[in-house]
Design a protein around this ligand. Structure first.
Ligand SMILES: NC(=O)c1ccc[n+]([C@@H]2O[C@H](COP(=O)([O-])OP(=O)(O)OC[C@H]3O[C@@H](n4cnc5c(N)ncnc54)[C@H](OP(=O)(O)O)[C@@H]3O)[C@@H](O)[C@H]2O)c1
Length: 280
């Protein structure tokens, strides 16, 4: 290797992930699938987990040619399923432990307040907050095994721009989703303080709109409004979620802890753009 690439400040050293291990919950579609693919392409051994076996199989067919990828059908809100997931990871990564936990599985529900069921509110909170806490706690021994002062284990929670500001663009209120993502952002900070001394970082990414099953309808119906809402004038692209993941998982991100990083083109800062600047 040329001397220029051996420096700790060389880009390959800063952002390399080869040899690490990862779990991506909800890795069978949307942002989770993008992140699983990114990690595999970087030489990470990856396990994905989501509820439906057929979606896991479909994702595996796409991911396995890219590297060492396994899937387990598991519902992160179910204690028995989380135990199976723990045991599966223990078996897959017995040597290395778990370097990267991406808590990405998420649920949403939209309805006007009079029609918003308690059950839906509870399900969204349970998936987006409670399950993240429980799974992280249950995987601590595996994360610990991969953690060191120089190279901490990483917990990366997928929050949302909706946890930073109240969304209106989709025309239907998402009470539980917004509340759950705000809670997840603060849970991230709380965990970061607790786990930092144990050589684990905990950060959250707060994406704006990206194409996925969850946002398909909204982007189709209100794509122009979403673009107009953003200083960048568009939704996010896969590489733009991949980039922040690589940063948080790599040497470059090892001292970033308790951060909530918006990846939304600046929508959380200001609605819309300055059209008179577009031609400058
Ligand atoms: N796309 C965006 O614009 C956007 C913006 C902000 C935040 N996010 C967040 O990004 C994350 C991924 O969402 P997405 O947009 O990629 O949506 P998506 O395509 O619908 O993906 C959601 C994934 O989570 C899995 N899942 C749902 N509930 C689960 C459970 N209880 N246990 C295990 N897996 C479960 C789904 O698979 P199964 O159905 O097989 O379980 C699926 O793989 C979510 O946390 C979402 O809130 C997305």
């Amino acid at each position: 290797m040329p001397e220029s690439q051996q420096s700790t400040l060389a880009v390959a050293q800063l952002f390399g992930l080869s040899g690490k291990t990862a779990l991506v919950t909800g890795g069978s579609s949307g942002l989770g699938l993008i992140m699983a693919e990114t990690l595999l392409r970087a030489g990470v051994r990856v396990v994905i987990a989501s509820r439906k076996q057929d979606k896991c199989d479909e994702a595996l067919a796409r991911l396995q040619p890219l590297g060492d990828c396994q899937a387990l059908a598991a519902d992160v809100t179910q204690p028995a399923d989380r135990q199976r997931l723990h045991d599966f990871l223990q078996q897959q990564f017995a040597d290395a432990g778990l370097s990267i936990l991406v808590n990405n599985a998420g649920a949403n529900w939209g309805a006007v307040i009079e029609d918003y069921p308690d059950e839906a509110f509870a399900k969204v909170m349970n998936t987006n907050v409670n399950a993240v806490f429980s799974l992280t706690r249950e995987l601590l021994p595996l994360l610990s095994r991969a953690a060191s002062a120089q190279d901490p284990a990483r917990v990366i929670n997928i929050g949302s721009m909706d946890g930073l500001q109240v969304p209106i663009v989709q025309r239907v209120p998402t009470f539980a989703y917004s509340a759950s993502k705000a809670a997840l952002h603060h849970l991230t900070r709380t965990l970061a303080v607790d786990l930092g001394p144990r050589h684990m970082t905990v950060n959250a990414v707060a994406p704006g709109f990206f194409q996925s099953r969850m946002t398909d309808h909204v982007l189709r119906e209100f794509g122009d409004d979403i673009a107009a809402d953003s200083p960048m004038g568009r939704a996010g692209q896969p590489e733009e979620i991949a980039g922040v993941l690589v940063y948080l998982a790599s040497r470059a991100g090892a001292y970033t802890n308790g951060a909530v990083i918006p990846v939304d083109g600046g929508t959380h800062v200001s609605k819309g753009s300055r059209p008179w600047m577009a031609d400058v």
